[in-house]
Design a protein around this ligand. Structure first.
Ligand SMILES: NC(=O)c1ccc[n+]([C@@H]2O[C@H](COP(=O)([O-])OP(=O)(O)OC[C@H]3O[C@@H](n4cnc5c(N)ncnc54)[C@H](OP(=O)(O)O)[C@@H]3O)[C@@H](O)[C@H]2O)c1
Length: 369
């Protein structure tokens, strides 16, 4: 079976971090149990109150607030940029220290060997660079037919050429971009990192359902980030129109991906589909994602990345694990970090919030709920 890698591009398309793997030509057998939910997952009762912060923009006709309230509002608006910034750097620092501890501990985990994946297809968004590129390379080596969904056709072709040479034989995202919009008019972090993936997955869902079988579930893998732990979902201002903070917008898009994955898994399990959805946190990885950070941080990264950051190959390992590991067969609704199931932020388990985000996202991309 030849190893094939192809690039599919749509200029300006809003795609996000994702890898979808679907077995080809799988027939359906008699009634089978639905995918197992992730054992690490704690579900909240449907009646749990919303914990996502609701933020309302004031319209010109709205009554003026009392002076004290106006003062509070002004203070909030002043803090709307530095607070998310500090939170994102704080969580980044914690992850880096955790990675360093792992690196310094003299333990030699065996490099996992995964079964060949001949006859299966994977779509990796953002597969031309960074973590996505390493994912494509590994999946192609395992014999999968890989489709790179990317931003630029030439970069996609270049990635295909490099992989074919090297092997001889998802993950689109942006971070901390200045306030700007996708072609479809969505705030870029929310549109590209989250909504694009939401729409792509929904458009592929029927195909994934047809392809999954009891023994070979189709797998949807979404790439989030530790920043989701400090993210706030502003349901009434998902596009950060009231106040924009690049750090807040990035963290919100990554929290949205976790909420979306859990809701998706819930829906898939409810109708007995042989499709699983999991979400991955790659850690802090030395890629071009940091091109919009403050120059001081860029210099610090340039000097210390060899010690503190994961390589793109290391960063891709959990996505590959989620895509092909036999241990993950039929398991969905997990947050995976370092190839292990772990707990995501509490707010991500809020079922009411998951549902409301899903409904809102359907409205935004124009599909039925
Ligand atoms: N690096 C980290 O430390 C880290 C940590 C946590 C999570 N992540 C997540 O991991 C994912 C991959 O990031 P990375 O570190 O590998 O970054 P990267 O090296 O910058 O790769 C991002 C990829 O996304 C593509 N992309 C950007 N806009 C796109 C669009 N509109 N349509 C299609 N593709 C688009 C980029 O293509 P162009 O360059 O051509 O635009 C690039 O190939 C992201 O979702 C990121 O949030 C990364």
């Amino acid at each position: 079976m030849p190893r094939r890698v192809g690039a599919a591009t749509r200029p300006g398309a809003a795609l996000t971090a994702a890898a979808l793997s679907l077995p080809l030509g799988g027939g359906r057998a008699a009634p089978r149990p639905p995918p197992r939910p992730c054992p690490a997952r704690r579900r909240r009762p449907a009646t749990a109150p919303l914990t996502g912060r609701l933020l309302a923009c004031r319209t010109p006709s709205a009554p003026r607030p009392e002076p004290a309230a106006a003062g509070r509002e002004a203070a909030m608006s002043l803090l709307s940029a530095p607070v998310p910034l500090l939170r994102v750097y704080w969580i980044g620092l914690l992850v880096i220290l955790h990675q360093l501890r792992h690196r310094l501990l003299p333990r030699c985990p065996p490099t996992p060997v995964f079964p060949t994946q001949n006859g299966k297809v994977a779509i990796v968004t953002g597969g031309a660079k960074g973590i996505g590129y390493q994912t494509v390379k590994h999946l192609a080596r395992l014999g999968m037919h890989v489709i790179i969904a990317g931003n630029s056709e030439s970069e996609g072709q270049e990635a295909v050429r490099k992989i074919q040479e090297e092997t001889s034989s998802g993950k689109a995202g942006v971070m901390l971009v200045p306030e700007r919009k996708t072609e479809d008019g969505f705030e870029e972090h929310f549109g590209l990192n989250y909504l694009g993936h939401f729409l792509l997955t929904n458009l592929l869902l029927d195909k994934l359902r047809q392809s999954g079988t009891h023994s070979h579930n189709a797998r949807i893998i979404t790439v989030s980030s530790a920043t989701h732990y400090v993210g706030k979902l502003h349901l009434s201002d998902l596009q950060s129109r009231c106040s924009y903070s690049p750090h807040g917008a990035y963290a919100q898009s990554k929290l949205a991906l976790v909420l979306f994955t859990y809701q998706l898994q819930h829906l898939l399990a409810a109708n007995g589909s042989h499709v699983t959805a999991n979400v991955v946190d790659p850690g802090v990885v030395n890629t071009e994602l940091y091109k919009h950070v403050f120059w001081v941080v860029k210099v610090a990264k340039w000097m210390t990345a060899w010690l503190f950051f994961k390589t793109p190959e290391e960063g891709a390992s959990t996505t590959i694990y989620a895509a092909v590991s036999p241990e993950m067969e039929g398991v969905g609704g997990c947050y995976l970090y370092n190839e292990e199931r772990t707990k995501s932020a509490d707010v991500a388990y809020d079922e009411e919030l998951q549902r409301r985000l899903w409904t809102e996202s359907c409205k935004m991309v124009g599909i039925s709920d």
